[in-house]
Design a protein around this ligand. Structure first.
Ligand code: NI
Length: 182
């Protein structure tokens, strides 16, 4: 078990485009995925991208469990998203429809912003063993994927906020809701 430090906004490593993974099944890739999973779980993140722990590879993971015995306290109203490791992802929007909603990020702790995202998209890529993944999703699932894949292109969600009045500290925006810091 290795919980890694998550880089915070301002670190130039978060702005660098990530490289594709070429060697599936390597011990290094397996260890990276274990470390990312441990880190995401420890911080109650809905997702994590490899650049957030300083690794410039196209690897993201996400999971939202709405089982009440294992609720994600950062996203209490989110729909369930199965744990997914997505490598070398390609996103294709399924319509022009956009939806603006709140997001947070482990690299921008203590804050939330309202971000426009495609409502529905197809995502393709590979899992940790190199098997193909091809899913068409919508809603929160689609939002999480877009947020994580943005990290692989050096984009943090505040860069996508259209009106900075839609950006603020979590405990001020949502007083009394006891959302976690980040
Ligand atoms: Ni993030």
């Amino acid at each position: 078990m290795a919980i890694r430090d998550v880089l915070r906004m301002g670190d130039p490593r978060l702005l660098a485009p990530a490289r594709p993974v070429g060697d599936f099944g390597s011990p290094e890739l397996a260890q990276l995925i274990v470390d990312m999973h441990d880190t995401m779980r420890a911080l109650n993140g809905a997702g994590l991208a490899a650049p957030q722990i300083g690794v410039g590879l196209q690897v993201v993971m996400f999971e939202v469990n709405v089982d009440p015995r294992q609720l994600n306290p950062r996203y209490p109203d989110a729909e369930s998203v199965p744990f997914t490791v997505l490598i070398n992802p390609v996103l294709t929007p399924l319509s022009d429809e956009m939806e603006t909603d709140w997001e947070g990020c482990l690299s921008v702790p203590g804050m939330r912003g309202r971000v426009p995202r495609h409502v529905a998209l197809r995502y393709q890529g590979h899992d940790a063993a190199g098997r193909p993944i091809d899913r068409s999703v919508s809603g929160f699932h689609a939002r999480v994927v877009q947020h994580e894949v943005d990290h692989l292109n050096g984009i943090l969600y505040p860069m996508r906020i259209r009106d900075l009045r839609d950006f603020g500290f979590t405990d001020v925006l949502f007083p009394g809701q006891h959302l976690q810091d980040d």
